[in-house]
Design a protein around this ligand. Structure first.
Ligand code: AMX
Length: 434
């Protein structure tokens, strides 16, 4: 029963050879033209990064039966569950292989054993004013975890470059393991009361997270957490949170510092905060046009949003050009567990209305919903109604993808990122007369 670290130690030399081969064969080949608009346009479509966990294309979809951890696959959840376990997904992200049930269980236990957060981090969180946004509290706590970083210590002790991945692996495992305690504490401090329950080593990661949020006895909510943490974990490397983590990690900042930077990017309304924004937008809509509103009233509200110079949150995407498969996965969950929920019905109604309006407005390249259009409705259904907390759950999940890449970046000796920037005057000069 190989552990994840043992399997990594076997895979790393093979991948080092593989990268060497790919670079020898293709290293000097052009990867398509770069046009000036891409420099001004947020680098959309610019091939610029290596990210091994996942790759997206505009029409990407993952049929759920092929997804690790769903029934039939070895990383299936405990009896009675049918959603994937994020433990299995992490193994897949790190190794490219589907783990055995035993390996998944070992990961659950390992993370439970690493889950305690230092007392001073608890105190930092307890001192935060409840008015400080949960994402800011989250980022503060993760930054502070760098106090015990194995990588930072090893670096100070003069560790060889070849050994970077070992302490990075330990930090990454600690990071993921400690997130439920951080998220749970923030939730209690800001919205709840009482003492935080303890992590149970016999339960899986998502079950423990649900318990710390106060929903551990609700089987459907536990299932939702398993699905939620799985689908938000990785979305290739160019999105703001993933790329930020990789960039900061490239300076050999340890995984805690790198992932805290990811969280600060995830906290932006065009990225992870969109799940909060969707619920705020839906609530305002309901307050204005009432429940069971007509299609006409919804259309008018959507147009008013656009005419007010705002985006429709939860719609559009920088890469995808069809309905986000993560939206569809959540819709399937809702159809199974909460088909009659009024807010779910509104989300479905909006799905039938918004794409046509965005197409008619003529700006958005993708008029379809993304992952954030659906998640808040599911959480609200089970009583997790505090919208300001939603992006924290996205953050817990995103750690999986960022951590997996940080381990590989250090294993493969990824260099400091330092692309070239230009001024508008320089662009003008370069292309004068051309
Ligand atoms: N509502 C209104 N306008 C939109 C829109 C939306 N949902 N999506 C895109 N547009 C507009 C853009 O603002 C842009 O307008 P501009 O030319 O005046 O600047 C124009 O359409 C072209 O944008 P694009 O190329 O289609 O998208 P992008 O790659 O620049 O941005 C994204 C992608 C997600 C930021 C954008 O679609 C958006 O703002 N969506 C709403 C916020 C959201 O849901 N974010 C979450 C995304 C998923 C995630 O990261 N978690």
């Amino acid at each position: 029963n190989t552990t994840l670290k043992e399997r990594l130690a076997e895979l790393i030399p093979l991948e080092l050879e593989n990268v060497k081969r790919v670079r020898a064969e293709h290293g000097k080949k052009s990867f398509g033209p770069v046009i000036v608009d891409q420099l001004y346009g947020g680098m959309r479509g610019l091939p610029a990064l290596i990210w091994d966990g996942s790759v997206l294309d505009a029409g990407y979809s993952f049929p759920r039966q092929n997804h690790p951890g769903v029934p039939g696959a070895p990383s299936q959840g405990p009896p009675g569950g049918s959603e994937p376990l994020p433990e299995g997904l992490f193994w897949l992200l790190v190794t490219g292989e589907v783990p055995t049930q035993e390996q998944v269980t070992e990961l659950s236990k390992d993370w439970a054993a690493r889950s305690a957060i230092p007392e001073f981090v608890e105190e930092i969180l307890d001192r935060c004013p409840p008015t400080l946004h949960p994402m800011s509290q989250f980022s503060l706590a993760v930054t502070a975890l760098n106090h015990n970083s194995a990588f930072a210590k090893a670096y100070q002790d003069g560790v060889s470059k070849k050994e970077y991945w070992g302490p990075t692996f330990e930090d990454s495992m600690d990071l993921i393991a400690k997130l439920p305690n951080i998220a749970g504490r923030i939730y209690r401090n800001v919205f709840g009361q009482g003492k935080l329950p303890a992590i149970d080593p016999a339960k899986d990661y998502s079950h423990n997270l649900a318990t710390l949020l106060g929903f551990g006895d609700n089987h459907a909510f536990v299932e939702l957490m398993r699905l939620y943490i799985t689908i938000h974990s990785d979305h290739e490397g160019g999105n703001v949170s993933a790329h930020t983590g990789k960039l900061v990690g490239s300076a050999l900042s340890d995984p805690f510092l790198a992932f805290a930077a990811s969280l600060n990017g995830l906290a932006g309304p065009l990225h992870g905060l969109a799940n909060q924004e969707v619920l705020i937008w839906l609530s305002k809509m309901q307050a204005k046009i009432g429940e069971n509103a007509s299609d006409e009233a919804v259309k008018e509200y959507v147009w008013a949003t656009l005419k007010g110079g705002q985006v429709v949150p939860g719609y559009g995407h920088a890469v995808l050009r069809k309905t986000d498969p993560r939206y569809t996965a959540q819709r399937e969950f809702a159809l199974k567990h909460l088909p009659q929920d009024p807010l779910f019905k509104l989300v479905g109604q909006i799905y039938n209305i918004v794409p046509d309006i965005l197409l008619e407005a003529g700006k958005a390249k993708n008029p379809w919903p993304n992952v954030d259009a659906h998640s808040g409705v599911l959480l609200t259904h089970y009583g997790l109604t505090q919208m300001q907390f939603y992006t924290v759950l996205f953050g817990v999940s995103r750690a999986f993808g960022v951590a997996a890449q940080l381990i590989w970046d250090r294993a493969l000796g990824a260099p400091l990122e330092r692309p070239k920037s230009y001024s508008t005057a320089a662009i003008d000069k370069i292309f004068k007369g051309r």
